[in-house]
Design a protein around this ligand. Structure first.
Ligand code: PGA
Length: 248
């Protein structure tokens, strides 16, 4: 399987002009590498960017509502609205939504199912908080597998197009202090085993949390790490280009 590099722009950048410039620069580099690249801008820019030339670069959304099609749900966007030829991926369960917006595993589970039912590839984010990690790597693994168990309960995962898992230790996100590639690879192995045991499918597992151009290669050269989910560094075209180049 090719490596997958996903850019999570979060609530950035401020203007459509900046979004277009960042998108175009990223696509220019992505066209020359042999990896899958997906850019997840805010909803507001998805419509704008889907009309641009993007070669093989794919688009993803940062969230989705759990009712599949249409209805009286002010402010929400459905999986049916997102799916189509333009948007292929959707991030679900990012730790910022779990903590700031108080999304529960039940909410995440419903979103995962709605997105898969509409043919989107879910990038499910999981990861432990610092107080859990401080209890040891085994406790962190238990925590992450239990998140996956709750978030994927009843999910119809038939192949690797349905699901990607992003392992993002919460303490590593935006902190400049990533987990080590070795520990992340070991977590990725555990996650893959779990998914294989329950669905008989091998999915890609990404690492996320302070991935930068200077450390990308160390993560990507781990056999069990199938790519990266990149926040802050995806907003700087040069820095992100460095991460993309580390895939080859
Ligand atoms: P970061 O964010 O790369 O800025 O640490 C990763 C994420 O939140 O997906």
């Amino acid at each position: 399987m090719k490596k997958l590099i996903a850019a999570n722009w979060k609530m950035n950048p401020k203007t459509p002009q900046e979004a277009t410039a960042l998108f175009e620069e990223t696509v220019r580099v992505a066209n020359h590498i042999d990896a899958d690249v997906v850019i997840c801008p805010p909803f507001q820019y998805l419509g704008l960017l889907m009309d641009k030339d993007r070669g093989s670069t794919m688009l993803g959304a940062q969230d989705v509502f759990w009712e599949q099609t249409t209805g009286a749900f002010t402010g929400e966007v459905s999986a049916a609205m997102l799916s189509g030829e333009h948007v292929k991926y959707v991030i679900v369960g990012h730790s910022e939504r779990r903590t700031i917006l108080k999304e529960t595993d039940e909410v995440i589970r419903k979103k995962v199912q709605a997105a898969i039912a509409e043919g989107l590839t879910v990038i499910l984010c999981v990861g432990e908080p610092l107080e859990v990690r401080e209890l040891g790597i085994n406790v962190a693994e238990e925590f992450v597998l239990s998140q996956i168990e709750k978030d994927l309960e009843g999910a119809k995962i038939r192949d690797e197009e349905n699901l990607v898992i992003a392992y993002e230790p919460i303490w590593a996100i935006g902190s400049g202090k990533p987990e080590t590639p070795e520990n992340s690879a070991s977590m990725a192995r555990k996650i893959k085993e779990y998914i294989r045991e329950h669905w008989n499918v091998t999915v890609r597992v990404l690492y996320g949390g302070s991935v930068k151009a200077e450390n990308a290669e160390a993560f990507l050269s781990e056999h069990d790490i199938d790519g990266a989910l990149v926040g802050g560094a995806s907003l700087k075209a040069q820095e992100f280009a460095g991460i993309l180049k580390a895939t080859s």
